[in-house]
Design a protein around this ligand. Structure first.
Ligand code: KG4
Ligand code: ZN
Length: 336
């Protein structure tokens, strides 16, 4: 048929996911198996545990994704896979599965950068118009990324220390919130007030880099100091104050980036794009200061790790004839 069908794999961290994507913008299936419950008691993702789960799950998930989409191997035009960045043992499971299927069914293999996948989750929301800007906020990355054309990325700002999601998870630990803590802090924040006035790092400079480790330390010191004095602080106010500081810096830097690099669309991507406070604040600032810029935020289920976004990015890469051979390897430190 005329339709392009891509079978996509994602296994970079603690989600095993396989998706079937039609023409780069239609999800026929997107099966996501999360391992969160196996990692929670360790306070973070344990690489050994993660790879073992991927091995156990992957063939079942492939079958589920094919069954739900109703397609057969004969309908598939290409196989796509995340090959980095991520945990090497986790990445290897997806890469090996994708290579095997591509080889067995004589299909081209498309190598996808996990970050590009997060950004292209936006392709399920609207038609993308270049140049565009992406605010990439996840557990491992915090970056402002310009796309001057399809899959043509350049980083114009990035964190110098912790990623935004990492900061959420670390302060969450101090509040006794299990990993990953972002969603729960977001919920608490809406019940409290910004009373602590935590630092907003590098907020008044023209440069587009971020820093969250000072904020994280200020938060942890505040809680420990209160503990020593046997005082109990409001969890809601702590969460609200932390979130206000993170969101203010993310929004301010994004507005500065938009002034320096005029675009028609702004994509917010990655796990932290699920943050309600960030979505509201960015929407409000754009509406008053740059009403012509379209804000694109993927639906919640496409903000976290999933294979649908990898299929969307693969569609763009196929158009640029980006293919890999049987020698494709996992690249844990892959950059744009
Ligand atoms: O993109 P992602 O699923 O995995 C990575 O590639 O890193 O992002 C996971 C991160 C975690 O740090 C989690 O705490 C954070 O996204 N997160 C949130 C929210 N939901 C998930 N952070 C803030 N607010 C949320 N609602
Ligand atoms: Zn991710």
């Amino acid at each position: 048929s005329q339709d392009e069908i891509i079978l996509a794999f994602e296994s970079s961290c603690d989600e095993t996911s396989v998706a079937v994507i039609k023409n780069g913008d239609t999800i026929m299936s997107n099966i996501i198996a999360t391992q969160i419950n196996s990692h929670k008691r360790f306070g973070g993702v344990v690489p050994e545990v993660a790879s073992r789960h991927h091995v156990e799950e992957i063939t079942i998930i492939i079958d589920d994704a094919l069954k739900e989409s109703g397609i057969s191997y004969d309908d598939i035009d290409a196989v796509a896979v995340t090959y980095g960045p991520g945990l090497v043992g986790s990445l290897l499971i997806g890469v090996t599965a994708a290579k095997t299927i591509a080889y067995a069914h004589h299909l081209p293999l498309i190598p996808v950068n996990h970050m590009a996948g997060h950004i292209y989750a936006a392709a399920f929301v609207t038609k993308l118009q270049y140049p565009l800007l992406a605010l990439m906020v996840s557990g491992g990355h915090t970056e402002l990324v310009m796309l001057n054309g399809p899959a043509d990325f350049s980083i114009i700002g990035e964190t110098r220390d912790d990623a935004a999601g990492e900061a959420y998870d670390k302060v969450g630990r101090v509040l006794g919130i299990t990993y990953p803590a972002g969603k729960e802090i977001d919920r608490l924040a809406h019940l409290g007030q910004d009373t602590f006035n935590f630092p907003r790092a590098m907020d008044n400079s023209d440069n587009l880099d971020f820093s969250f480790s000072g904020l994280k330390s200020a938060f942890i010191n505040t809680v420990h100091h209160a503990d020593q004095l046997h005082q109990t602080l409001s969890r809601e106010d702590l969460a609200a104050s932390f979130q206000a500081a993170v969101v203010e810096v993310l929004v301010d830097k994004t507005m500065t980036a938009l002034q320096q690099h005029p675009v028609k669309q702004l994509i917010v991507a990655g796990g932290v794009a699920a943050n309600q406070g960030l979505r509201e604040a960015l929407g409000a600032r754009l509406a008053t200061q740059m009403p012509d810029v379209e804000l694109i935020v993927p639906p919640l289920r496409l903000c976290g790790d999933n294979a649908a976004m990898i299929g969307a990015a693969a569609h763009i890469l196929r158009g640029k004839h980006v293919f890999a051979g049987e020698t494709l390897n996992a690249e844990p430190n892959l950059n744009f």
